[in-house]
Design a protein around this ligand. Sequence first.
Ligand code: AMP
Length: 587
Amino acid sequence: MTNSSTLDIDRPLETANAFQRFAIAADQIAATTKRLTKAAILGDYFVALADEDLRLAARYFAGTPFPQFDQRVLQVGGSALMTALVTVSGVEPDTLQAALVQRGDLGDVAAQFLPNTTAPSLQLSTVEDAFTELVNTRGNKRKVEGIVNLLRQATPLEAKYLIKLMAGDLRIGLREGAVEDAIARLAQQEVSRIQWVNMLTGDIGETALLARHDQLDTAKMRLFHPIKFMLASPVEDFDEISRRMPQGFAVEDKFDGIRAQVHIAPIAANSTPLLHGVTTEGMRVALFSRTLDEITATFPDLIAPLASIYPEALGTDASAGLILDGEIVPFQGDRILPFQDLQKRLGRKTLMDELLQSTPVAFIAYDLLYHQDKVLIESPYEVRRSLLESLPLNTDRVRRANAQRFSDVAALDQEFQAARDRGNEGLMIKQIQSTYKPGKRGKDWLKVKRAIATLDVVITAAEVGTGKRSRFLSDYTFAVRTSETDPTLLNVGKAYSGLTDAEVQDLSDWLKQHTLQEFAHGRVRTVEPQIVLEVTFDRVQPSKRHKGGYALRFPRILRLRPDKPAHEIDTLETVRKLADHSPESPP
Ligand code: AMP
């Protein structure tokens, strides 16, 4: 174990107050790349905490101000944090901006510029109260005031981590998995057990306490918080499928819509006020997106249909409910419509009846993760599938994906074409014995997509356009990740066309609010890398101008991907592969 007092820090861990100790431990963790040392520092820090502090510290080290089951968000953007920092530090905005460009992290900038005049007094619980208040504060101005107030009570080191927490990432090379590791070590438990309880409760803080008090067995699934989604890997050709799944596989259409997880339960069973969803006729229903955000309000027309599929026979026990995994698609009659139709409904604050009428949707279920009182994710696909088939999923608005068993890939060509003719993107191939692996992109689900090459990229900078788009930030520079393990973004191109005027307008507003740095009087801006685009292009060519060494030629935006988080975009490796397949560059 590391002896924290021998580490090179200004103030030894054990003599500092609670939030200062959190910040010191975070700094120590950031200073080492060794996983074991990180875990040891975390363990030393956790062990000395009182229960309530442990609950909060575990959450904060997982990088989130609130437990995962609790969908509250601070809604504090980079520009609000910057404005608050300007006020508290008294430093010129330009100086802070320049430091931000250099350091790339506003928390680090705060540590550099805030005066070292405040004695540490913040407790973890004070921070929790301040975060709660921020959630309840409406309006940017008042939010900034709230942040200023909090930062004024903080030492520079504390401010550094308050800002990182509010920005949603500690950036100390620690993920929730490492926190689970540390909890497991302290309680001398298998880490898989801790992960399981964390998944059930949706709260790493509660998990830490249950582990400390040897009560992991008592953990119950908390419905109405999202379980991470299982993801699929792409396949190059059908051969790979026969190699990976020689015993046979299930084939489903790959729907082109929005991934959604649906929770349904009788109200009496789940009446805790913090729980999410809406109620209708004795049932509670919630929908969550792939980014684990609640999207119930975007689909009011699905609520009653979803509530109606709950079989009475499952009862109204406290733990009774269903969790379905599936896709929301634009749907009319018995036809799936193009994805673009669905986009009209996304990102709107209010949904007019007209819009609901003109873009009807359906939820197509393809997996079942919880049934009655049982978590099913450790059951094989075929067991989950047969339970899914026992549910009445055959209404206009709620349907079940067809699944066929095959043992020979020869039939897949025809199936692929048939799926395309039904308006779907391609096929999903699923290993029949596989368990549901939350948050994993493994080889148990394989996706066979359309032939044209596309990349999922994130916008890193935007520029005011020309002509009728000269009022908007409409030209987007976009990037891919360096690799699955290295999140550094590398720009690979710039796109101008492909979005509708309404989308350009909305996006322009968003980009202005999430600007990191302005140039040319705001005509060019670097922005928070959060908006994911699916782009297509002529080909990939080597480029000296781009750090990653490649650029896309004639990129066009196919669509916005609000359902995809930025950390799931494509990597440079994919770009490189596509470059290998691109025709030779002209001389
Ligand atoms: P991609 O977005 O290209 O990474 O492909 C994975 C996505 O395909 C999933 O996140 C789902 O939203 C979607 N999908 C469509 N149909 C299915 C299906 N039958 N099973 C699983 N995922 C599906």
